[in-house]
Design a protein around this ligand. Structure first.
Ligand code: 1PX
Length: 212
């Protein structure tokens, strides 16, 4: 079994471990899932490094909170939101004294998780003549693009053009033949969607979806 197979399954496993029985999301496993995705993205080539650098720096911010003196408040996304809001640690309308709060940092990854969900769903239901670059950019335009300025959207468009074609993409996922990849995606997507929805509801309830 190759390292790539391991990674796709590890993404699934980490997102699965991130949910506890009370439907709380563990920050530790949430960022571990992202770390796996970064590893995968790096294997696709240097064109993606400006994207992975941003993800890595956000993972790092959250890791620092988790291992810092207030770490016990950062165990779940729910406890993080409660702690940061109760202690005025979030810039709510414009960036000020807390430009790198846990809440705003995680929100960026949360929006990207929506992109991932949309993209993987397209990949799962794609046909032989579907193009990964088109699936990626359609998913992007429906989600993250709304939060990105023109320059980033342009750079992202360039990166999408460097994506391998559908067959090669399935191969680098290396989770067996197409049918097996599709089955694995079918298994992982509801989990990713659930983690996404729980976070979305939590952020909506607390009016945090537009944090600067
Ligand atoms: C099973 C494998 C599927 C492929 C997995 C690939 C994972 C991709 C992860 C992309 C994560 C992007 C996070 C972006 C966070 C963000 O929005 N950051 C911006 C705002 O941050 P700020 O701190 O300034 O408020 C920041 O400006 C972003 C900069 C980089 C551009 C991010 C573009 C994301 C496009 C997603 C497509 C990735 C293509 C990967 C190909 C498979």
């Amino acid at each position: 079994m190759s390292a790539d197979t391991f990674r796709l399954q590890k993404v699934l496993e980490t997102f699965r471990s991130s949910l506890n029985e009370n439907k709380e999301v563990y920050v530790k496993y949430y960022i571990a899932g992202w770390q796996e995705l970064v590893t995968f993205m790096n294997s696709l080539g240097n064109v993606f490094s400006f994207i992975s650098k941003d993800v890595v720096s956000k993972i790092q911010i959250l890791e620092n909170f988790l291992s810092g003196e207030s770490g016990s408040h950062y165990v779940t996304i729910q406890s993080m939101v409660k702690y940061e809001l109760e202690n005025d640690l979030v810039d709510l309308t414009k960036r000020g004294s807390h430009p790198e709060s846990g809440c705003r940092t995680l929100l960026r990854l949360h929006r990207a998780l929506h992109w991932l969900e949309l993209f993987l769903e397209r990949l799962r239901t794609s046909t032989e003549d579907s193009k990964t670059s088109v699936m990626c950019s359609d998913a992007y335009n429906e989600s993250l693009a709304q939060h990105h300025p023109w320059l980033i959207r342009k750079a992202v468009g360039v990166a999408f053009c460097a994506l391998p074609g559908r067959d090669t993409f399935f191969e680098v996922l290396n989770a067996g033949d197409h049918a097996q990849v599709v089955a694995l995606l079918g298994e992982s997507l509801p989990l990713i969607a659930e983690v996404y929805q729980i976070t979305e509801d939590l952020y909506a309830k607390n009016n945090l979806l537009e944090l600067p």
